[in-house]
Design a protein around this ligand. Structure first.
Ligand SMILES: Cc1cc2nc3c(=O)[nH]c(=O)nc-3n(C[C@H](O)[C@H](O)[C@H](O)COP(=O)(O)OP(=O)(O)OC[C@H]3O[C@@H](n4cnc5c(N)ncnc54)[C@H](O)[C@@H]3O)c2cc1C
Length: 244
């Protein structure tokens, strides 16, 4: 639901008021030039859904548009949510983030989405790009809490490769391949599967970021005999498409 008429966006806020949580921006910090962490505080006690690591949230960024983001940290009881935003400067969401200042009042929608930390698995492998680094931080923290292992593979623009060190966890970076999406990440993942992976049944994969890269990685995993139940997917963006 990236874009709806203003009257509909207003009506949704009234109809689904239980899912819209008033929050205040409490801090803004640049983790790198182009990667911004924003902290929000509010009352999430009335939320109908319990946050599970990997879940996403949504913001109404103007009268007619909504954008999804993923908390890097979410504490429902304490009313704290943090998000790592990639400032690609290609759309209104990115520009909206640049304008966020401490003290600003907003409404946060969610949590929800398709990615959910699977506590039955003991090894958690995440794939994504600049937009997924907050997800990596969240999954990695949850894995530590549960005594599980975590590996992140991030395909990053060359200038952003150092960002792989920003999440507190085991993250490796690969370059992007615009001709064959996801191909360098597939090589890295296969190397890890051959050399370091535990029993295959214990692994769960979370594939996020660019839609075409996700398709390529999922195909590669299925071709290698992994079950689709072990592979969670959620495209975060697709070339030429505003707000997924
Ligand atoms: C469930 C979910 C969770 C997400 N979590 C996060 C998060 O935690 N942090 C985060 O930064 N983003 C996250 N995203 C991605 C974010 O919503 C998109 O990048 C979104 O496009 C930003 O909106 P925009 O208005 O800036 O650009 P849009 O108006 O949506 O897009 C404008 C143009 O920019 C292109 N574009 C969008 N993203 C990228 C990109 N990464 N690289 C290059 N071009 C791009 C689009 O294809 C389009 O052509 C998430 C998306 C989803 C669906």
């Amino acid at each position: 639901m990236p874009k709806v008429p203003k009257w509909m966006a207003n009506a949704m806020e009234s109809l689904f008021s239980g899912s819209y949580h008033p929050v205040q921006v409490t801090a803004v910090e640049d983790l790198a030039s182009g990667l911004r962490k924003v902290c929000f505080e509010g009352d999430f006690s009335k939320s109908k859904k319990e946050f599970v690591a990997g879940n996403a949230i949504e913001f109404r960024i103007n009268d007619t548009e909504f954008r999804h983001y993923t908390p890097s940290h979410f504490n429902q009881e304490a009313g704290v949510c943090e998000v790592w935003f990639y400032l690609h400067d290609k759309g209104p969401g990115s520009k909206w983030v640049i304008g966020l200042k401490p003290g600003q009042q907003l409404k946060l929608l969610g949590p929800g989405g398709k990615i959910k930390y699977d506590a039955k698995a003991s090894c958690h492998v995440a794939f994504g790009d600049e937009t997924s680094l907050g997800l990596f931080e969240c999954l990695s923290a949850e894995a530590r809490k549960q005594g599980h292992s975590f590996v992140g593979i991030a395909e990053l623009d060359n200038a952003n490769r150092p960002w792989a060190k920003v999440p507190d966890g085991n993250v490796v970076s690969t370059p992007k391949n615009d001709q064959e999406k996801g191909s360098y990440a597939i090589v890295e993942l296969n190397k890890w599967l051959q050399n370091q992976a535990p029993e295959r049944e214990t692994i769960v994969f979370y594939l996020t970021g660019n839609a075409k890269s996700i398709v390529a990685l999922k195909k590669s995993l299925l071709d290698q005999g992994f079950k689709s139940a072990q592979i969670q997917t959620e495209p975060y963006w697709s070339e030429g498409k505003p707000g997924l």
